[in-house]
Design a protein around this ligand. Sequence first.
Ligand code: FEO
Length: 165
Amino acid sequence: MLLSDKMWKLLNEQVKWELESAYMYLGMAAYLNDKALPGFAFWMQKQAAEEVEHAMKIYNFIEERGNRVELLPIAAPAKEWANVHEIFEKSFEHEQFVTGLINNLVDAAAEEKDHASSVFLQWFVTEQVEEEDTFRGVLDKLSFLKPDSPGMLILDKEMATRTDD
Ligand code: FEO
């Protein structure tokens, strides 16, 4: 069954938000690599790839419902940050923002009595708990380290071990 206009608009916008997240994390990866933190850069590249997967899940769902995806403009991400700590603070805030978008989508699916979208979106509800937890976990570790401390190099090595999840 086709999506309602409201659900289409929100899901279509979510494709953009997920791709914009990927773009933001890729920008952070470039900064981190430039700052000689290849482990952090690798971790952010993995995160960006996850965001593309999120976008594609929604993209494919829109098509499966018989609708057409309309790609929207993606904003250019920030280029400079004070340090790694700021990057992860901003990322954590961003994930909380995305959680809000997913919650709006869940509310809209309920209002529209769109049960297929409700079921589909449950995966994203769970995923956002994981996403926030992932960033919170890194922030917790960073809270023990000053941005220019040698411990950053040890954490950088650990960040390089991120696997696909
Ligand atoms: Fe696709 Fe990081 O939420």
